[in-house]
Write a protein that binds this ligand. Structure first.
Ligand code: AGP
Length: 617
């Protein structure tokens, strides 16, 4: 986690850095800091709190001049969030400065050695250890900064994206990555360069971008093409410069109060963008290069193992139902963090699908690396183009949801399900498990989903009204069955993460095996009871809740009359094929959590303790 951004060139660095940090704040927001170099001194300002706190502090503390500098927005790993632990960090001599995203696991051993050599430490961070190690190597080996960084990094264990500046050689930055992303924006004629954890801080300045690969470092010098080398053996890397497609509008709130709300409302377009060019309804075709090019592998697969975390894991659970129902391929859905450490049995003819919005989630990334080492074929479903998981996978498909900035995942979830539905349908047709007629019915229905989501968004006011009634509840229960069981989990996660209200998701039938004990007149229970999919059984569960005075908020199919008579509130969603109901039932649950969080005055886009991309274990 953590966001890094920097500038070296001819413009005022401060506005670029501060605006860049605001765009990267989704990556971490417990403290922030920056350095500016004005040709003479390095000025540093850092503080516990948000980038807006840093902005105020800079006004009071330092002058904003200088064409070189970098900044950091932190999600604490080593050391509590406070002013001292905030980045950047200076080396002992204060000639070197660093910003770091990641964890140095062996920092304690290195720190002890450095203390023995006379180094002192102001902070509790692993990062201050790293910058002092670089300084010590530079001194001992009498080498330039780039070489010192390379040697120091070969001694550390862990993950990092770093940018280092040396006051004694002030026309260059040294950047490096292992496990955490770093993008380099290249200005015209190499007169300026931008550094960032993702490209959003510099898209208005340049579209030319180099993403470092794991194990690579770059020397960035004004007036010279960047040089990329392998950290391990110092060999030069023949990197490619990508053309960014991202634009400014995509990363702004566009009139919405929060990114989360904007992203909820973007879902009709995001879903369309996911199937655009892939699903050719008139021709009855689904084209997806990553699957087409490996179709035999998919058809020979004895099993699909899905690895993911959080919301993406919930999308994986929906995919389990999709693949097993439509393509009759056995599926296992695994948390990246569990899968990677439990010595799982992986066979050559298993396909591993990694789902990740950010494409940077450390546990998912480590899980696929492990699967690859056991010869499994890995397929990535990511949103962020060029992300680590997308690059690590043998093949894959992007969801094309557009940037998701709210920490709570919304459009990423529905687009992941859309994409996975297409894959399931493609395989189901290819292996003969669904008829052509059924396949066409699915395709035609998928084409209607964006319009249905659009019409469903009109329930916003009603959901807001319900949110107001239950905003002070201390616990919520979410129930669903079949395809909508993962939606219940997702609804509970959304409420937990942005409103801090405790919520649990359960398969509806499991209620009587425990959670029923929680039900009383104070407990709101959100039940997904669409007409397709075990409807009668869910209605019985609703009766059971009613008998215990629980408050029922039911998500039902338009025109439902049965549940309406029993539930305290009903929210109607349009009719669709059972397999696609999650694409609709999810929407009111997203809105419910959003409105409750707003009413409770929570920081919706940046909930406490969380970060958008979890690049640490
Ligand atoms: C979603 O609302 C969460 N913030 C979180 O669970 C997230 O889905 C998880 O960290 C996985 O992220 P990824 O999709 O980027 O891998």
């Amino acid at each position: 986690m953590c966001g890094i951004t920097g500038y070296i060139g001819f413009r005022d660095a401060y506005p670029i850095i501060i605006n860049g940090l605001k765009r990267l704040e989704y990556r971490g927001y417990d403290s922030a800091g920056l350095i500016l170099y004005d040709g003479d001194t390095i000025k540093m300002s850092k503080t516990k709190g948000k980038v807006s706190d840093l902005e105020k502090q800079v006004e009071k503390e330092i002058s904003k001049g200088g064409n070189i500098g970098f900044g950091h927005t932190r999600w604490a790993t080593h050391g509590v969030p406070n002013d001292v632990n905030s980045h950047p960090h200076f080396s002992e001599s204060e000639n070197l400065a660093i910003v770091h995203n990641g964890i140095i696991e062996n920092y304690d051993t290195i720190k002890k050695e450095l203390i023995n050599r006379g180094y002192t430490f102001k902070s509790d961070t692993d990062t201050e250890v790293l910058i002092n190690l670089i300084e010590e190597v530079k001194k001992q080996e009498n080498v330039k900064l780039g070489k010192a960084v390379q040697i120091a990094l070969s001694e550390v264990v862990g993950a990092y994206a770093i940018t280092v500046f040396d006051k004694t050689k002030p026309n260059e930055f040294v950047v490096a990555r292992l496990g955490s992303p770093i993008a380099i924006g290249i200005g015209t004629n190499n007169k300026e360069f931008f550094i960032a954890s993702d490209a959003s801080p510099f898209i208005e300045y340049t579209k030319n971008c180099v993403y470092l690969e794991d194990g690579e470092m770059a020397i960035i010098k004004i007036g010279r093409a960047i040089r990329v080398r392998k950290i391990q053996d110092d060999s030069l890397v023949d990197y490619s410069v990508l053309q960014l497609k991202l634009n400014l509008e995509q990363i702004e709130k566009g009139g919405y109060d929060h990114f989360m709300l904007k992203e909820i409302y973007e879902q009709p377009k995001a879903i369309t963008d996911t199937f655009r060019g892939r699903m050719l309804v008139n021709k009855g075709l689904i084209r997806m290069a990553g699957v087409d090019d490996n179709i035999q592998k998919f058809l020979n697969a004895k099993r699909i193992i899905i690895v993911a975390c959080g919301t993406s894991w919930h999308a994986g659970l929906v995919a389990e139902y999709l693949f097993e129902d439509i393509a009759r391929i056995p599926v296992e859905v695994e948390y990246g963090s569990e899968f990677r450490y439990r010595n799982p049995i992986i066979n050559e003819d298993d396909i591993v699908i990694a789902i990740s919005q950010s494409g940077e989630t450390a546990d998912t990334l480590a899980a696929i690396k492990m699967a690859k080492s056991k010869d499994a074929f890995v397929f990535g479903v990511c949103n962020v183009v060029g992300s680590s998981i997308a690059r690590e996978a043998h093949a894959g498909a992007y969801t094309h949801a557009g940037p998701e900035i709210g920490v709570a995942s919304t459009k990423a979830f529905t687009t992941q399900i859309t994409l996975l539905s297409l894959i399931a349908l493609k395989l189901g047709l290819a292996n003969g498990n669904i008829s052509k007629t059924n396949y066409h019915t699915y395709l035609r229905e998928m084409e209607l989903i964006p319009k249905k989501v659009e019409s469903l968004l009109a329930i916003n006011d009603k959901v807001k009204y319900i949110a107001n009634i239950y905003k002070d509840a201390t616990n919520f229960l979410y129930l669903g069955r079949g395809f909508n069981f993962p939606v219940a989990l997702e609804g509970a996660l959304k409420l937990k993460e942005i409103s801090y209200i405790h919520a649990e998701g359960y398969p509806a039938a499991e209620m009587k095996h425990g959670p029923i004990a929680l039900i009383d007149e104070n407990m709101p229970i959100v039940v997904i009871a669409t007409r397709k999919g075990h409807y009668e059984k869910v209605v019985s569960n609703i009766q059971e809740i009613k008998a215990r005075n629980g408050k029922i908020i039911a998500i039902v199919t338009q025109g439902d009359t049965t549940v309406k008579e029993i539930a305290d509130h009903v929210i109607e969603v349009p009719e669709t094929i059972e397999a696609f109901t999650p694409l609709l039932t999810t929407i009111p649950l997203q809105l419910l959590s959003y409105h409750i969080a707003v009413m409770l005055d929570r920081n919706v886009d940046q909930p406490r303790n969380l970060a958008k991309a979890v690049t640490v274990e």
